[in-house]
Design a protein around this ligand. Structure first.
Ligand SMILES: *[C@@H]1O[C@H](CO)[C@@H](O)[C@H](O)[C@H]1NC(C)=O
Ligand SMILES: *[C@@H]1O[C@H](CO)[C@@H](O)[C@H](O)[C@H]1NC(C)=O
Ligand SMILES: *[C@@H]1O[C@H](CO)[C@@H](O)[C@H](O)[C@H]1NC(C)=O
Ligand SMILES: *[C@@H]1O[C@H](CO)[C@@H](O)[C@H](O)[C@H]1NC(C)=O
Ligand SMILES: *[C@@H]1O[C@H](CO)[C@@H](O)[C@H](O)[C@H]1NC(C)=O
Ligand SMILES: *[C@@H]1O[C@H](CO)[C@@H](O)[C@H](O)[C@H]1NC(C)=O
Ligand SMILES: *[C@@H]1O[C@H](CO)[C@@H](O)[C@H](O)[C@H]1NC(C)=O
Ligand SMILES: *[C@@H]1O[C@H](CO)[C@@H](O)[C@H](O)[C@H]1NC(C)=O
Ligand SMILES: *[C@@H]1O[C@H](CO)[C@@H](O)[C@H](O)[C@H]1NC(C)=O
Ligand SMILES: *[C@@H]1O[C@H](CO)[C@@H](O)[C@H](O)[C@H]1NC(C)=O
Ligand SMILES: *[C@@H]1O[C@H](CO)[C@@H](O)[C@H](O)[C@H]1NC(C)=O
Ligand SMILES: *[C@@H]1O[C@H](CO)[C@@H](O)[C@H](O)[C@H]1NC(C)=O
Length: 718
């Protein structure tokens, strides 16, 4: 079942001049956080950040969503508040982090307040001496508040690291004995993330802080890999959870006895909130976890009665894209007993929360390129097959369970940057509270019918799903040039979802039909389909793309297949380079490669999946690496190609971009090179993003005959 119809009614009639969805609009439009709902389920807080092209500044407001009406009002505090937790004497009591402390340089402060009162009068309850973040808190029987936060900590004594007060070394040299040296866009330093616990004691009706913050990881014994939570680079407060009774903290950390260079393994640990005992593992070796469960663990979450944890873990010890399986651990003190849940379900859950009575799990898992919600009994047998109670209309980003059992969902899709809605698990009925395309002038005109999808037969006979984006004034009787997008990963999807970096709906408004196939290797179509890209980077996926080209040629009359450009980032950029050396490359007017690999033999700037995807190490399996190397086919490069590569990209390093551009220039192939010294694998700064969009759109518009000339204003002349 889809959304209630009201969600699809576009608020304003468009009149004669259609609103074009431009990069300026996309970059200025509100970016809303997910909704943080209060205990009674009446109101939720979210933040919203906009950008102003006159002042070149962003600004953030906090807002209150009325869950019954969808009405939004401004919260009584400003963007000095970085995080809020609902806790205290009333349903509108909060505890928040104020990121700008006036007491300690580089520190933060904790405040309590009640947003239900007429006058907002916050009380500062603690000053913390470092930039702590990731607040989770619970009220104990005594009325005190037990909380946890995370922060970088000193390697030698475990105390919290405050970069504003730290000594700056005289030399910038950095010496390493073990991985990792870099993460995405920065070099690692000595300090490691840790979680710290603290108590706001209830004394005579007010809260007092004695200044003690305990590093809960510092005492954890390890032989090879130092404990760290959140697990960088992608971890956050989802990597730990405090039991509702306040006694125990569950957290993730990497396997302490294994090297990070060739293992992805991480485990859940338990530690008393007061730090009175060493942390003990829930899963991993010598626990009650099944021996098959060896890989990456995620998202430990307590049941409301503090007696159980749910989490997910992959089997593979060195494979980042294995399927996550669900586990429930019964907890008794620091002891635990693990049971796998619905383990034969061929789906890879990313988050599970307990129903209030602890009998069911509300689970987020992706199907056909959209995160959906599923209900699973907390004791489900191996063969249990859950059903989804949300559909493909939007991609779930986060959710909360309301007191009546409904889910309050924060999601998005290609036509709306944020939808807040409620969904009932029993009959899947939904109610939209707010959809960005109905309230944000920048998103005017975006609608669900601007995207569709079809399935076609791929290179090895599998059915492949392909998403199609239409310009807002789409007319099926016209013929449109074609943007042939290839997603990154390769083990990630790019379906009907919102992106501030690759917003395919916005690309369509340049006057194109945009396609985005979920080729072999894409998750959410069964684990075998994901795994089939192993040893096969330029194989089946390439043939899937060839088949897409002929499918569109034969079946879609409104696409001018002789006026097409192909574009892609990361693995999609690799695929552009692979296509450039092969027949498919000759079918495009131009190509765009963003941060893609040119030289597959230079694989080890990344770890783990490189060895997995090439079926072994380069020293034992050189031919596997060489087999799918785009550079070895450079003799065929001849299609005009735009190359973007950024200096701080430490995943696919800048040399890949230089090599590609140098080869194209040496061959005399029309080419441009765009680079940002202050960006990594992704272009995040809005001013940079505008230049990125303008120069790439000009490139594709020029080669498809829409623009008369290539942009010259920012070009560096020789
Ligand atoms: C952007 O800033 C200018 C100058 O302060 C102001 O006049 C304008 O209203 C702002 N635009 C928006 C959309 O807030
Ligand atoms: C929404 O909030 C505004 C401001 O508080 C109020 O005037 C209006 O009546 C509310 N609307 C609904 C439907 O509750
Ligand atoms: C945050 O802290 C600053 C500095 O102490 C103070 O001026 C400001 O009022 C605080 N804001 C809130 C919402 O607590
Ligand atoms: C911990 O070690 C760092 C680095 O040596 C030092 O600067 C800091 O003062 C120490 N903290 C405590 C609480 O001893
Ligand atoms: C609590 O209040 C009582 C009565 O006012 C007072 O005697 C006592 O000292 C207070 N305790 C603390 C810890 O402030
Ligand atoms: C990781 O490397 C070690 C040598 O440092 C080796 O013994 C081990 O087999 C490797 N493990 C994997 C999963 O590749
Ligand atoms: C598990 O137990 C075995 C046998 O006692 C021991 O040799 C091994 O080191 C333990 N593994 C871990 C990771 O603690
Ligand atoms: C569950 O997913 C299927 C497949 O996309 C979809 O057809 C169905 O509508 C979804 N169910 C609900 C209740 O949204
Ligand atoms: C996945 O592949 C394995 C090995 O070929 C096969 O046994 C299994 O049935 C497949 N799983 C599904 C869900 O198709
Ligand atoms: C790589 O491993 C997969 C899965 O085991 C296998 O299907 C494939 O044939 C292997 N490819 C190469 C080139 O060894
Ligand atoms: C299709 O594209 C080709 C190549 O740019 C162009 O010559 C032709 O006119 C286009 N066809 C239509 C119907 O627009
Ligand atoms: C160039 O492309 C042709 C046609 O796809 C292919 O047969 C040939 O092997 C390619 N040459 C190289 C060096 O890849």
């Amino acid at each position: 079942m889809g959304f209630a119809k009201a969600a699809f009614v576009v608020s304003a009639l468009l009149g004669y001049a259609r609103a074009i969805f431009t990069p300026e609009k996309m970059l200025a439009a509100p970016r809303r956080s997910t909704a943080n709902v209060n205990p009674s389920g009446d109101v939720a807080l979210f933040s919203s950040t906009t950008y102003n092209w006159t002042t070149h500044k962003s600004s953030t407001t906090w807002n209150i969503l009325d869950v019954a009406t969808g009405n939004v009002t401004e919260a009584p505090f400003d963007s000095s508040v970085s995080e809020v937790v609902w806790i205290g004497d009333t349903d509108t009591s909060i505890l928040y982090i104020n990121g700008s402390s006036d007491e300690i340089v580089g520190g933060v402060a904790l405040y309590t307040a009640d947003i239900g009162t007429d006058e907002f009068s916050p009380t500062r309850v603690a000053s913390l001496d470092a930039p702590f973040a990731g607040l989770k808190a619970t009220k104990t029987k005594s009325g005190s508040i037990n909380f946890v936060v995370n922060c970088l900590s000193y390697w030698n004594n475990g105390s919290a690291y405050n970069p504003d007060l730290a000594e700056v070394p005289l030399s910038a040299g950095q010496l390493y004995d073990a991985n990792f040296v870099t993460h995405f866009d920065h070099y690692l330093t000595q300090e490691r993330y840790a979680i710290f616990s603290g108590v706001l004691s209830s004394i005579n009706g007010s809260l007092a802080f004695d200044g003690t913050m305990r590093n809960l990881l510092f005492e954890l014994p390890y032989t090879v890999t130092k404990p760290e939570t959140p697990i960088v680079p992608n971890g956050d407060l989802g990597d730990y959870d405090i039991s509702p009774d306040g006694s125990t903290v569950a957290f993730l950390t990497k396997a302490p006895h294994l090297s990070k260079a060739n293992h992805t393994a991480s485990y859940v640990y338990l530690v008393p909130h007061d730090g009175s005992a060493f942390p003990v593992p829930v899963n991993g070796p010598n626990t009650t976890a099944p021996e098959t469960a060896q890989g990456f663990s995620q998202a430990p979450r307590w049941s409301s009665d503090s007696t159980k944890l749910v989490y997910q873990q992959q089997d593979g010890i060195a494979y980042e894209s294995d399927r996550f399986k669900l586990y429930v651990a019964e907890i008794n003190g620091l002891d635990s007993k693990i049971t796998p849940i619905a383990e034969n379900w061929d789906s890879s859950p990313s988050l599970a929360l307990w129903s209030k009575d602890c009998s069911e799990l509300y689970v987020v898992s992706e199907l056909y390129a959209a995160n959906r919600l599923w209900i699973i009994p907390a004791n489900a047998e191996a063969d249990f097959r859950p059903s989804n109670f949300t559909g493909p209309e939007s991609v779930v980003a986060d959710f909360a369970i309301l007191p009546n059992g409904d889910a309050l969902i924060s999601s998005a899709s290609s036509w709306t940057s944020r939808i807040f809605y409620t969904a009932k698990p029993d009959d899947a009925s939904t109610k939209v509270l707010l959809s960005a395309n109905e309230v944000d002038p920048e998103l005017e005109g975006l609608k669900p019918s601007d995207v569709s999808n079809f399935w076609y037969e791929g290179g090895d006979g599998d059915l492949i799903q392909c998403f199609v984006y239409y310009p807002g004034d789409f007319d099926p009787n016209k013929k449109y040039p074609w943007v042939f997008n290839v997603h990154g990963g390769p083990q990630s999807s790019q379906g009907d979802s919102w992106s501030n970096r690759w917003n395919l709906r916005m690309w369509a408004d340049q006057g194109y039909i945009v396609t985005s196939p979920q080729f072999t290797g894409t998750p959410s179509y069964g684990q075998n389909f994901t795994d089939a890209i192993q040893g096969n980077w330029g194989g089946t996926p390439y043939r899937d793309l060839e088949k897409l080209f002929s499918y569109v040629e034969e079946n879609i009359p409104f696409v001018n297949t002789s006026n097409a450009v192909a574009v892609g980032a990361s693995y999609g950029g690799y695929m552009m380079n692979w296509i450039q050396g092969h027949n498919l490359g000759r079918k495009f007017k131009a190509l765009v490669t963003h941060d893609g690999k040119t030289n597959n033999i230079n694989a080890y700037s990344e770890l783990w999946f490189i060895e997995h995807d090439n079926n072994g190490t380069i020293w034992d399996n050189y031919e596997n690496y060489a087999r799918w190397d785009p550079l070895l086919h450079a003799k065929n490069f001849s299609t005009p190609q735009f190359v973007v590569h950024n200096d701080l990209d430490y995943r696919v390093v800048i040399s890949e971009g230089y090599v590609l551009f140098n080869v194209l220039q040496s061959l005399g192939v029309p080419s441009r090179f765009l680079h940002f010294p202050d960006e990594g694998h992704w272009v995040l700064n809005r001013e940079n993003s505008l230049v990125w969009h303008k120069s790439i759109f000009n490139w594709i518009n020029y080669w498809t005959g829409k623009d008369e000339a290539l942009l010259q204003d920012i070009v560096i002349k020789q």
